[in-house]
Design a protein around this ligand. Structure first.
Ligand code: GCU
Length: 433
């Protein structure tokens, strides 16, 4: 027993060193921040089928081209979910009708996944507004450090999954402690969301898959391995695919809860979890509205611009995020059968909000805007305007359409300003019947 424990400890150390050196390599590839050095590129046409025929009707888009694009994103970027059965059981961990000084209903749902003699638990924390007509619309997004970090509520169950060390907030030995309870409240304005009549649900992403390159030996991937399989096939899911899958399992719960409006679920995420929200929205059309906050490379930003973080940099720093096939496109973006505007196109006709931050050049705000803009023709096919702007708007002046966009002043973050725009957006599209 002791020997195997030592072996696991040594293995983990090697993996963590490998992760750090990957990061170092990724960060050593020089990023371009000069607009005049953006190479000439041409974006793939969302309407050009791979057999050379053109989408002419809505039916062509819905029945042929959308499935084709979705299949490309699956096999070449985020990875397919393996076929196979795992057991999923939903357990109500706790419920309070007087949470947050009586303002909210709080539910905690523990989802038990099991297969291959392994199991995993994912906790969904849900706050619902009180004294409003039910069922209620809900925002769902994943968080970076544990459900208990999003709000000072002492009753939120603390995760026991792997957590990224961050001594500044009291996370050591890869274990979430009590110290960071409520530390991320600034990113999750729970009371404002509730006051506007929305629920908020969140999941700690590390419950589904720990965010380090462990060779896919932990997390949900292992439950799906076929006999003898030790890692996902080149076209199977990486961590972002797994996190998005976790959001869909929360969606499976929402459809069973009569207090939640299953037709009014908005999926939201910041940064790597913004990439996750976009992929969740693309892969699972039950999400009625999709929000990407500063998702950058591998999210809303166009890969072909190679501005800030690039495909090669992201695949080197975070080799576990995308499927193995995505590495073929390192320094080879022009060979991608899509660009990220086509990921956003997969949301059509559902409302989608893309947001950037002015000082977040790593995420390429202009590339995020251009992605949103180049999606508009697909929305037009549905008789919708798409993004009503030709140029990137000035900071803090949102452009509102079925595709909405803003660039906020300040840094890479998700702030109250961002949330206020998302709540206004949801009022337009989710509150109407
Ligand atoms: C890194 C990474 C980005 C990612 C960000 C985050 O900066 O390079 O792609 O979006 O982390 O998730 O905070």
């Amino acid at each position: 027993m002791k020997t195997s424990f030592n072996f696991i400890a040594v293995l983990l150390t090697i993996l963590l060193i490998a992760e750090c050196s990957h990061k170092a390599i990724g960060q050593n590839i020089k990023a371009n921040y000069d607009e005049s050095n953006v190479p000439a590129y041409s974006l793939p046409d969302p309407f050009m089928m791979s057999d050379g025929t053109r989408v002419k009707t809505l039916d062509d888009w819905v029945k042929k081209r959308r499935p084709e694009i979705l299949a490309f994103f699956k096999s070449e970027m985020y990875g397919k979910i393996p076929e196979g059965h795992i057991d999923v059981i939903y357990e109500t961990l706790g419920e309070s009708r007087v949470a947050l000084e009586g303002l909210a209903i709080r539910k905690e749902i523990r989802v038990h996944f099991s297969a291959n003699n392994r199991d995993l638990q994912m906790d969904i924390l849900i706050y619902l507004p009180k004294d409003v007509p039910q069922p209620v619309p809900v925002f769902i997004g994943m968080n970076f450090y544990g459900n208990h970090t999003i709000c000072e509520d002492p009753e939120i169950t603390r995760t026991h999954s792997w957590a990224r060390n961050n001594e500044a907030i009291g996370i050591k030995n890869y274990m979430a402690s009590e110290a960071p309870r409520g530390i991320r409240a600034g990113r999750w304005p729970v009371k404002e969301i509730l006051k506007r009549g929305y629920g908020l649900a969140t999941i700690y992403y590390g419950d589904v898959d720990p965010d380090f390159d462990d060779g896919f030996q932990n997390g949900i991937h292992t439950l799906f391995y076929k006999s003898g399989q030790t890692k996902p096939a080149p076209d199977e899911w990486g961590s972002i695919g797994a996190w998005a899958w976790g959001l869909s399992r929360a969606m499976d719960y929402f459809v069973t809860d009569p207090e939640i409006d299953q037709n009014k679920i908005a999926v939201i995420g910041h940064s790597r979890l913004g990439k996750t929200a976009l992929w969740a929205g693309a892969a699972d059309e039950r999400f009625a509205l999709v929000i990407s906050n500063d998702s950058g490379c591998g999210g809303a930003a166009l890969s072909r611009r190679r501005f800030g973080e690039t495909v090669a940099i992201i695949n080197t720093s975070f080799p576990h995020w995308f499927c193995g096939n995505f590495k073929k496109y390192n320094n080879n973006e022009d060979k991608l059968p899509f660009d990220q505007h086509m990921l956003i196109a997969l949301m059509a006709p559902r409302p989608v909000y893309i947001a950037s931050a002015q000082d977040d050049r790593w995420a390429d705000p202009k590339g995020e805007f251009l992605s949103a803009k180049n999606t508009s023709p697909v929305y037009k096919l549905f008789g919708l305007e798409g993004l009503p702007a030709d140029q990137i708007p000035p900071v803090n002046q949102p452009v509102a359409g079925t595709i909405s966009y803003h660039i906020r002043s300040g840094e890479h973050d998700i702030t109250l300003y961002d949330w206020e725009q998302y709540l206004n957006f949801a009022d337009t599209f989710l509150k109407k019947d």
